[in-house]
Design a binder for this molecule. Sequence first.
Ligand code: SF4
Length: 448
Amino acid sequence: MLRYQSSARKRLLLITASSPEIGRVRRVRVLNFQQITMPYLAALVPDDWQVIHVDEVVTAVDVASQVDLVAMTFHTPSAFHAYELATQFRRRGIPVVLGGPHVTLVPDEAQQYADVIFVGEAEQQWPKFLSDFATGQYQRRYSAIGLPNLDNAPVARKDLFHRRDHTAGRLFATRGCAYHCDFCTLRVMYRGLVRQRPVAAVAAEYASFAGKVIIFWDDNLASDLDYAKALFRAIAPHRKWWSSQASIQAGSDPQFLELAARSGCKQLFIGLESISQASMDEAHKGFNRVDDYARVIERIHSYGIAVQAGIVFGFDHDTEAIFSDTLDFLEAVGVQNATFNILTPYPGTRLYRRLEAEDRILTRDWAKYNGRQDVVFRPRQMSALTLLDGYRYANRRFYSPLSISRRLSRSPVGLWWTLPLNLAYLSARWFDQRPRIQPSSARPSEHQ
Ligand code: SF4
């Protein structure tokens, strides 16, 4: 048990940490949706605290801030940066709390840089910690006890949303995913259990946003199709537009799609991951049936819903042909948007353990675990440089004028919705052309 006597005036600084390297990655992503973890935890803070939220995507942290307590959340690529911030505050005698995905993945590492860490979902233990802190006695580590029930989940504080993104509202309806894909950190975070907030509570929060466009910050909104359908019926009268992540099962249920479209769904982010079935089987994501992709995408489109495809390169079954084959496929089916990622073995995942056992991890510099600018493991069938180069080729080609024209001309979804986003990516992609690497002799063909 530690002791810390706070001053009479208590100021709590919440930080959504983001390293400068991740800032560079974000600049080319166009869509940088507000993370809601800190605005959500702020809703659980008693009134005798003054809460300040610094989102580093928007504002730099002032390490000279006069505060009584700092709490930070961050993902793996921002870990070293967050540790540096923590060290600076602690040098001034300000206690620092660390939590979030990376802390849960490697708690013993994070503990070295913090007075207190939160392992797992923080919301149950967060009020207890604040109460302990007020007494001057608190623990070094607070671990989630079971998985929080979301029946009484608070509403995130909108006044602490700071990003000027392209949406008016961010909220979540469900948390977790029932699957266990090798590369995904959700299994470690949520242990494969999915929970839902009451439909009425989600609908009320959805309606409370003044703007028209809403993002559901869910891991997989299709994990419980019946729940999703009830939610869509409840939000439809509000006549807003929304988007969310969903597994491919979303596209297999016409009623899900019809209700989603009627309730204002304009785009679904679908984790296709790979057009290689062998790669999907390898990643324990065999429920993604590659042979069905074209049919599912066509069905989603038929309801006027655009598809943003999540694509990962670097699986053991990927050869150099995967890059151009994937682009050929995405253009042929008229996918409206895509997010390309370099396979990244986050610590704590099954993928990380396998590659570590095979002595294929190239670096444990977490800043390089960004999935966009660095390859951190030795690929099986190509060099790391070829993988990086192929990833860049995919981005360049997908958001080239020719590809945009090909894809959107085959897309039955309204151009008013899909063209502006493609043009934004077309201009942003030039930021990603920094001469960090030399072109590989094995560069995929630039014939497109
Ligand atoms: S389906 Fe998606 S969210 Fe669920 S475990 Fe797999 S990659 Fe993660």
